[in-house]
Design a protein around this ligand. Structure first.
Ligand code: GUN
Length: 297
């Protein structure tokens, strides 16, 4: 039987509906959640992601603003803007879209954001809180993967989850989320990476396989166990002259081949992507609620 396709679009819609109610409750208290997004330069993927974030924010009643700086903007200008946004009680969430131009240090930028407003959850303080088992915000893509699993009926509780990829944005925080000692997490997690020997032998042991290595179609059918659940975090642009844009998006798995073998799988696009955006909005609402509770807005 072909696999169930887990629709990130549908599950993100459920999350949006829940967030609309929380936004209405904040509005009733005179608080209007506000997200500021910054970009330096015109990286085409960043432009496209940010448009999607703006559109989805509006759909749930979150006001958002995108500040675009020219490619040659000096680091201190970006840092000064972040300091101003940190002080503004009407701003609840701040993100700086990555990648940044080479002359700007992303670490300095991330560390300049007030951890209370760090809705990407990239700040070392928030990453540390997650690792210590006391999370405030959760990083958007890993949280989106977790919610996709929970809401599609594939709780990672007690399962062997194999993550391919150890990036700071995806693999590492996903590991930290899924090993938490709490209902809906509690998974046994193996993280594979470029130093892993005999990758297929390990991926075949996964009840839940998460592909997050940024390598187009790298997970092939022989690498998965029959009946596994597969979450594809990859977003890779591959040349396609039949498309107007000249490219199409593929994930990190050989989706069509895996369909015949696995229990369930996420598509690309329409899988993890919409969930990343939904979790950014979740964080913005949580940040506004938290700042209201601490008298910061
Ligand atoms: N670049 C790619 N993904 C992300 C993300 O989730 N947040 C930010 N700030 N930049 C990104």
């Amino acid at each position: 039987m072909p696999a169930k396709i887990i629709s990130g679009r549908e599950i993100a819609e459920q999350v949006h509906a829940e967030l609309r109610e929380r936004v209405a409750a904040l509005n009733a208290r005179g608080i209007s959640p506000h997200l500021v997004m910054m970009r330096v330069g015109e990286d085409p993927a960043s432009v496209s992601y940010m448009k999607q974030k703006e559109k989805s924010a509006a759909e749930v009643g979150i006001s958002s603003e995108t500040l675009v700086f020219p490619e040659e903007t000096k680091e201190e200008v970006v840092l000064a803007k972040i300091a101003e946004l940190n002080r503004d009680p009407n701003v609840h969430g701040i993100i700086v879209q990555l990648p940044l131009p080479r002359h700007i240090d992303p670490r300095k930028v991330v560390e300049a954001i007030d951890p209370l407003k760090d809705v990407d959850c990239f700040h070392p303080l928030n990453v540390g809180k997650l690792l210590l088992g006391e999370p405030y915000l959760l990083p958007c893509t890993p949280h989106g993967v977790w919610q996709l699993l929970l809401r599609s009926g594939y709780s990672p509780e007690g399962k062997h989850v194999v993550i391919c990829g150890r990036s700071n944005i995806n693999g590492k925080p996903l590991f930290a989320i899924l090993i938490q000692k709490k209902a809906g997490a509690n998974a046994t997690v193996t993280v594979c990476h470029t130093g892993t020997r005999n990758l297929p032998e390990i991926t075949r042991q996964a009840d839940i396989l998460i592909a997050a290595m940024g390598s187009p179609r790298a997970i092939t059918a022989d690498m998965v166990r029959e009946g596994a659940v597969v979450i594809d975090v990859g977003v890779n642009r591959v040349p396609d002259p039949t498309k107007k844009a000249g490219f199409r998006l593929v994930g990190d798995t050989d989706f069509e081949a895996l369909l015949e073998k696995v229990e369930a799988i996420t598509p690309v696009p329409g899988g993890v992507g919409p969930m990343t955006v939904a979790m950014l909005l979740w964080n913005t609402v949580l940040a506004a609620e938290t700042q209201a509770a601490t008298g910061r807005c």
